[in-house]
Ligand binder design. Structure first.
Ligand code: SF4
Ligand code: SF4
Length: 129
């Protein structure tokens, strides 16, 4: 990832259009079984590394709705592949787009402890950006 949309999401879908990586889908298109909320695909999220702030969190009207999760890199492969928070896309030719096959850019400025605690993106950017 990645960033994670939590259950305080109101499904306004405002973040979907803002994402430069087309990583966000509405609840209707969530790959999670019984997915109730707008969903970020960690295998596509680039953490908006080239922008001042993640676009999704910038536009979100719900405070602290979008939180950090672990970087989408090989070190966290099992976390993403076996988590019930995510369903990673299976590519027809390349297979599962797991972190060890398809690592994504991530913001090294965000401390791992903050990611482990799923701290709000809005809060951490004030401190670490
Ligand atoms: S952090 Fe950026 S790339 Fe990731 S879901 Fe949000 S808008 Fe998309
Ligand atoms: S902008 Fe925020 S509240 Fe709206 S769908 Fe996205 S995460 Fe949910």
């Amino acid at each position: 990832m990645a960033v994670l949309i939590t259950d305080s999401c109101i499904n306004c879908d405002a973040c979907i259009e803002e994402c430069p990586a087309t990583a966000i889908v509405s609840a209707d298109e969530s790959p999670l079984e019984n997915g109730e909320y707008t969903y970020v695909k960690p295998e596509k999220c680039i953490e908006c590394v080239d922008a001042a702030v993640p676009k999704c969190a910038d536009v979100c009207p719900t405070e602290d709705c979008i939180v950090w999760d672990m970087p989408y890199i090989a070190e966290y492969n099992d976390y993403f592949v076996f988590s019930d928070r995510y369903v990673i896309r299976e590519h027809k030719k390349k297979g599962l787009m797991s972190p060890d096959v398809n690592p994504m850019p991530w913001r090294e400025s965000i401390p791992m402890e903050q990611r482990e605690m799923n701290v709000s993106v809005g809060q951490t950017l004030k401190l670490y950006n």
